[in-house]
Design a protein around this ligand. Structure first.
Ligand code: GDP
Ligand code: IMO
Ligand code: MG
Length: 441
């Protein structure tokens, strides 16, 4: 069977921790979208692993697959694999031959376009990893795929077509001097070598066939979503979004496994008990102004600084209309709620239960981001809970969670109409309380 892990909010919900927990029961862990814009943290017995591209299952010695829906920067991939090897792990990572490659010019263009947009407030605050420009070329049918790196003749042809266009874009449209990243010969030389390493290490696969044959053999596959529903290119707060589909449908299109198979499995939404945001754009429940200090304390306690970029994350109360939207767009069969410990010890705990927009109460997100930005949250207050020994709580289980935190969890579960499978009370693997294992559901 399959279990799909999806971010319910704006990314960084703690997906890595749950992929790690349930990845232990899977045979294969596959990513289906995004690239090294993701930053997933796994903490095991105090050892911390921060992974951008290698699926989090690598920490559990699982086969990791980067599906066709991913955009792959092979340099990041190799450096992460090499680093894991240095730490004594032996990651087995396969890359879809249909996945698109993030080329050096994509990264440069990402930065150039963000700069150009910053005057108009259209910049998304991207991670600068070249994600958007690579997906643009995919849709424009001028991209370079992993399979092309294995065939120097094809690679050369593609580069000769696309690189002069990119150079002209940088120089003539944006007025920026194009460097080596826009030089056909230099790029060709570097990427044929990358192709050789991919071949030498037998890393490339037809992802659909590879995963399909594992499933046919009765193996369990965990799909590891990156980013989150509200930064999905279709269902998120466009244009402040990433360029792929983190929502559960992406698990089918991004791997070559049919939606019926994905839908027969479990789809688990990962929820952070409050909001964090690394990018730009509106955020109705954001803690600003008089609440700045409160935001600072949550940020410090939750370590809310970007895994990829180190940027301090913006903080807000939990946004329930956002979760209702996510529950529908993904069809959650269950949820996991993380960071209950981070809200402990506060004087007040609130959630945005609904919005007020033009005098009307709304329970879901409007489809345009401008209207979303005008939404005033109707806040609902919960009794706060104290800080406790969370490791001890994790050992004892759900009943040891402070009553007020239990009331909060039960409210969230009821609003999204999905049972709680797990609760995060700290970053370590041992600090997740498991109520149900989706592979057993
Ligand atoms: P991801 O991108 O969704 O995998 O999440 P990140 O790894 O970017 O950010 C989540 C951060 O919170 C990481 O530092 C995790 O180690 C940490 N974390 C995950 N779950 C919990 C939790 O329940 N409590 C606390 N305090 N930290 C958590
Ligand atoms: P994980 O998997 C949080 C945000 C960026 C920016 C927008 C577009 O760790 O949850 P991009 O580089 O993708 O073109 O940036 O999306 N963003 C994320 N925010 N978590 C992530 O991944 C993110 N990946 C991208 O900050 O606003
Ligand atoms: Mg992250």
């Amino acid at each position: 069977m399959t279990v799909t892990i999806v971010g319910s909010q704006l990314g960084d919900e703690g997906k890595g921790a749950l992929v790690d927990l349930w990845g232990g029961d899977a045979d294969v862990v596959a990513r289906y979208q995004g690239g090294d814009n993701a930053g997933h943290t796994v903490v095991e017995g105090g050892d911390e692993y921060k992974l951008s591209l290698v699926p989090s299952g690598a920490v559990r010695d699982k086969v990791g697959v980067l599906g066709n829906g991913c955009v792959v920067n092979p340099k990041t991939l190799f450096s992460e694999i090499d680093e894991l090897r240095e730490r004594g792990l032996d990651p087995d990572v396969r890359v879809a031959r249909r996945a698109h490659v993030i080329m050096p010019y994509h990264r440069v263009l990402d930065g150039i376009e963000e700069d150009a947009k910053s005057d108009s407030d259209l910049d998304a605050g991207t991670t600068g990893r070249g994600i958007g420009p690579t997906y643009e070329d995919k849709a424009g049918r001028r991209g370079i795929r992993v399979g092309d790196l294995l065939d120097p003749e094809v690679l050369r042809d593609r580069l000769e077509y696309v690189v002069p266009q990119k150079r002209a874009l940088a120089e003539d449209v944006f007025g920026v001097e194009a460097g080596e990243a826009f030089d056909v010969d230099a790029v060709f030389e570097e990427y044929t070598e990358i192709g050789e390493r991919l071949r030498d290490e037998s890393m490339t696969v037809n992802a659909g066939e590879f995963l399909g044959s594992h499933l046919d053999d009765g193996d369990d596959v965990l799909f590891e979503g990156a980013q989150g529903t509200s930064i999905d290119i279709d269902h998120g707060i466009y244009p402040y979004v990433t360029s792929s589909n983190p929502t559960a449908g992406g698990a089918a299109t991004g791997t070559g496994i049919g939606p019926t198979v994905v839908g027969r499995g479990e789809v688990v939404g990962i929820v952070k008990a409050y909001l964090s945001r690394v990018g730009t754009g509106p955020l109705p429940t954001e803690l600003t102004g008089d609440d700045e200090e409160l935001a600072d304390s949550i940020r410090e306690k939750g370590g809310e600084f970007g895994t990829v970029t180190g940027r301090p994350r913006r903080i807000g109360w939990l946004d329930i209309p956002m979760l209702r939207h996510a529950a529908r767009a993904n069809g959650f069969t269950g949820i996991a709620v993380n960071h209950i410990d981070v809200l402990a010890g506060l004087d007040e705990v609130k959630v945005g239960h609904s919005y007020d927009l033009d005098g009307e109460e709304r329970f879901t997100m409007p489809a345009t981001t401008e209207r979303w930005g005008r939404c005033e949250p109707n806040l609902r207050e919960f009794e706060p809970w104290n800080d406790v020994d969370w490791m001890a709580v994790a050992e004892e289980g759900y009943d040891a969670i402070p009553d007020n935190a239990q009331a909060y969890l039960e409210y969230v579960s009821a609003e999204v109409d999905a049972p709680i499978y797990a609760i995060g009370v700290g970053p370590d693997r041992a600090e997740t309380i498991e109520l149900a294992n989706p592979f057993d559901e």
